[in-house]
Design a protein around this ligand. Sequence first.
Ligand SMILES: [Zn+2]
Length: 192
Amino acid sequence: MSRILRHLFSGLCGLSLILCLATVIFWIRSYSVSEWVSYRSTAGEQSLYTARGHIALQLYITHWSPVHHPGLFIDQNRAGTPHGYLQDVVAGQVDIDFNWQRAGFAWYKTHLRNNSTLTIAVAPFWSLSLITAALPFTWTAARLRARHRRRRLKAENHCQNCGYDLRGTPARNVCPECGKLDRTRTLTEQTT
Ligand SMILES: [Zn+2]
């Protein structure tokens, strides 16, 4: 892997770690407060919100004219379940057209009486934390494996850069294979 790619990978891992910590914070908070980020326009309202261990995306497609408070806004509610909210919305109106639920994931779609549609996609927070933890975990595992390899090569008196057997090479000489000088090497020739 080239140096630029390695730096890019480290950067992505750092970003992923920050996202992972953020999902954990929102995950814990979602049990006491529901955070909402919504965008409202004449075409309806799109929202991303947290609800008791879940994150949900809600698309409410309708025709509004005029629009009350158009644009982006942030709101907080008392924590509710994503399912509970849907039941409130469709209470007394039409049935849910599409309803799929598994392991905390859910997908609902319904047509409301006023010729608008409501779609809600729900994912449990653990899934987001798991996905965002994957990269930092891989990075840490790769670093530990590389360190273990260098230690083993050093203990066996092999070049830590290329693995070349240095038992016949004096300590202050560079590796005959790759040209690297290992200043930490103290072992000299081992007679056989
Ligand atoms: Zn070498």
